[in-house]
Design a protein around this ligand. Structure first.
Ligand SMILES: *Cc1c(COP(=O)(O)O)cnc(C)c1O
Length: 390
């Protein structure tokens, strides 16, 4: 047994990150200064987008993406329930109605066939979640969107560095949203980024993140003017220079981060490839997975799985397993205030009973991964009389 708990995810901060932040602390700008722009340019370049707008969190990014898409009261937005609540909450912030479409059972990614069935005359947008770090079937989703004249938004909070058919996540949907929460690939404390290749959407988002004011303090200082105009009701969703310095420094290490994650994921895939009781989610063809999460399904044939008991037993072995996610429409708020109930998305609901997230982050060693594999097999053995290995 391991000393302490191996977390399911964790940030990596090194001396270069600390130095970058300290440098900004000694500079003239703490909030919107030159480093915000540098981080935005570097990020846009990394994901092949024309524009990147830094915001105070992934959630703020989703909110602004929804607003910039023109969603308001009465408008419907189709999205999967297998996501963090913030994805759907962003639709509610704008007065829109989240409409849940089911997911594919093998990948837990938004199922285009169900999306098509959920389109109505009120549908305005589709939010695809690149769950666990794997891009959705954007070819089908973008095609549905084109036919019905809908905006596509990628909740790419898990998927910086992922690719679909040689295209980088961040340049596939009309708008893409990233998070820099510490468990994600790039950490800024709190933080997020929106990318697009539509200049009108980009400038609208820049205004919305700064109170709805059409210039920022630094631009006015450069122009030698003190006048500003608020042109619509916006928010203070700015990311600071301090945070962007950390983000920019972390971005330099993204490729190493992805490499480490993919190598650990390979070890898990190899260990479980012939185990019929511990089944990793499928990876689609033509995808480069970013592996924010490593999710397995516990499968014991017809026998029901005590998933929560399984997670507790893993924790007792020092393995910080987790569950991503409880379907959004199961949350009490969505049930009581929006009248949603189980049965809306049977595939996501059945998957929820079986999924476990295993630890995966770039500072983990291969030895740590082997400890996780041994603990999973031990707990499965204790539960069912054998580990499921052949
Ligand atoms: C992390 C996350 C968010 C929210 O990002 P924050 O930066 O924490 O606001 C939204 N959607 C998904 C899928 C996430 O994983």
């Amino acid at each position: 047994m391991r000393p302490g708990i191996l977390p399911y995810g964790r940030q990596m901060v090194d001396q270069a990150d600390i130095d970058a932040v300290v440098e900004v602390l000694r500079s003239d700008w703490l909030t919107t200064g030159p480093v915000v722009e540098r981080f935005e340019r570097a990020f846009a370049l990394r994901v092949d987008a024309d524009y990147a707008m830094a915001v105070s969190s992934g959630t703020a990014g989703l909110h602004l993406a929804v607003l910039a898409s023109g969603i308001g009261p009465g408008d419907e937005v189709i999205l999967p329930p297998m996501t963090f609540a913030a994805t759907a909450n962003a639709v509610l912030y704008a007065g829109g109605k989240p409409v849940f479409a089911d997911v594919d059972p093998d990948t837990l990614l938004l199922d285009p066939t169900d999306v098509e069935l959920k389109v109505t005359s009120r549908t305005k947008a589709i939010i695809g979640v690149d769950y666990a770090g794997q891009p959705c079937d954007w070819t089908s989703i973008n095609e549905i969107a084109r036919r019905h004249n809908l905006v596509t938004i990628a909740d790419a909070c898990h998927a910086v560095g992922a690719m679909l058919a040689q295209k980088r996540v961040g340049s596939i949907a009309d708008l893409s949203v990233f998070s820099f929460h510490p468990v994600k690939h790039i950490a800024t404390g709190e933080g997020g980024m929106i990318t697009t290749s539509d200049s009108a959407l980009a400038s609208r988002i820049r205004i919305l993140r700064n109170h709805g004011i059409s210039s920022d303090f630094r631009q006015r200082a450069e122009r030698g003017t003190v006048q500003y105009e608020m042109v619509e009701l916006g928010f203070n969703y700015r990311l600071t220079d301090i945070q962007c310095a950390l983000g920019l420094s972390q971005l330099q290490k993204l490729d190493d981060n992805l490499k480490a994650r993919r190598s650990l994921a390979d070890s898990y895939a190899l260990a479980f490839q012939r185990n019929h009781k511990v089944v990793p989610l499928s990876v689609r063809a033509d995808v480069q997975h970013a592996f924010h999460l490593y999710v397995v399904r516990l499968d014991m044939g017809g026998a029901s799985v005590d998933r929560n008991g399984f997670v507790t037993a893993l924790r007792a072995e020092g393995i910080g397993a987790n569950v991503h996610y409880i379907p959004v429409h199961f949350h009490p708020y969505y049930r009581s205030k929006l009248g949603m109930s189980p049965g809306l998305c049977p595939v996501a609901e059945a998957a929820y009973e079986k999924i476990v997230t295993l630890p995966l982050w770039p500072g983990m060693s291969q030895g740590d991964a082997q400890d996780v594999i041994a603990a999973v097999n031990k707990v499965m053995d204790a539960y069912t009389g054998n580990s499921g290995e052949p």
